[in-house]
Design a protein around this ligand. Structure first.
Ligand SMILES: NC(=O)c1ccc[n+]([C@@H]2O[C@H](COP(=O)([O-])OP(=O)(O)OC[C@H]3O[C@@H](n4cnc5c(N)ncnc54)[C@H](OP(=O)(O)O)[C@@H]3O)[C@@H](O)[C@H]2O)c1
Length: 247
């Protein structure tokens, strides 16, 4: 198994892409700790998935909860070998001039500062042990602007640059840091784009692979980045978008 004996932390593991990543990691032998805001939902996911999935609630926008989450997991299972910063929100969807301060702050806290804080909590241990893999789930909206997605695009673009900065500094200490930039994936977060037939058709019209991605297709790329099969791969942003950014 690709991740035998490894400890993995996956934020936003209660559904969608995070759940698929947790399923893939657990299948490959990792002790996989998932978070989301509701313990009951996480318990159901852990019961549903095969392998060692540990459900532990944590609001990633709250620094004290993040610190307690990492402390508890480290105490009970050992230090993390893999960190996946996946949880995100999009509370600021709409015309750029209507975004208010509260929405701006929430988007930064949940989509960006959570990753910054988790790296600070987890990466020192990885550096001390001389190995680790950090995976940030960005978006093609971080590569090109999303219409009426000011804060979503801004936080994802920043996450991509943070990925490169971390890779530059942590590489000499044995820690690889990469990002995945998915296109349209069929999840709750992206319902607006795929539930409406006209909007879905507009997207697929510009996508060489004529369908929406499933979360498992992103999970397989995360698995590749998490394991030891690509030890020279760091600082990369892997676009998984059916070719939509080619058009
Ligand atoms: N779907 C797409 O088309 C697409 C495309 C590009 C990139 N992405 C990125 O992929 C990642 C996963 O998105 P998804 O599509 O799988 O979304 P999703 O189905 O809405 O799942 C989001 C996950 O994040 C968790 N979450 C949200 N806010 C949280 C918070 N404050 N604290 C802890 N957990 C929180 C949710 O759990 P609870 O609600 O239970 O707390 C849920 O598990 C995100 O980074 C997203 O930006 C998605």
């Amino acid at each position: 198994m690709l991740l035998e004996g490894k400890i993995a932390l996956v934020t936003g593991g209660s559904r969608g892409i995070g759940k698929a990543i947790a399923a893939a990691f657990a299948r490959e032998g990792a002790t996989t700790v998932i978070c989301g805001r509701k313990q009951e939902t996480l318990d159901d996911v852990a019961a549903e998935l095969d392998g060692n999935v540990i459900p532990r609630a944590c609001h990633v926008g709250k620094p004290d909860e993040l610190a307690r989450w990492v402390e508890g997991v480290t105490r009970d299972f050992g230090p993390a070998d893999i960190l996946v910063n996946n949880a995100a929100t999009n509370v600021a969807q709409g015309p750029c001039l209507s975004v208010d301060d509260a929405q701006f702050d929430k988007m930064i806290e949940v989509n960006l500062k959570s990753a910054f804080r988790l790296v600070r909590l987890v990466a020192p241990g990885m550096c001390a042990r001389g190995s680790g893999s950090i995976i940030n789930i960005a978006s093609i909206s971080g590569l090109k602007p999303q219409f009426e997605g000011l804060m979503y695009s801004a936080t994802k673009a920043a996450l991509i640059m943070m990925t490169r900065c971390y890779a530059l500094e942590l590489g000499p200490k044995g820690v690889r840091v990469n990002a995945i930039a998915p296109g349209l994936v069929q999840t709750v977060l992206s319902e607006y784009y795929w539930k409406d037939p006209a909007r879905q058709a507009a997207f697929l019209g510009k996508t060489p692979i004529k369908r929406i991605a499933q979360p498992e297709e992103i999970a397989e790329v995360a698995l590749l980045l998490a394991g030891d099969r690509c030890p020279y791969l760091t600082g990369e942003v892997i676009t998984v978008d059916g070719g939509s950014t080619l058009v």
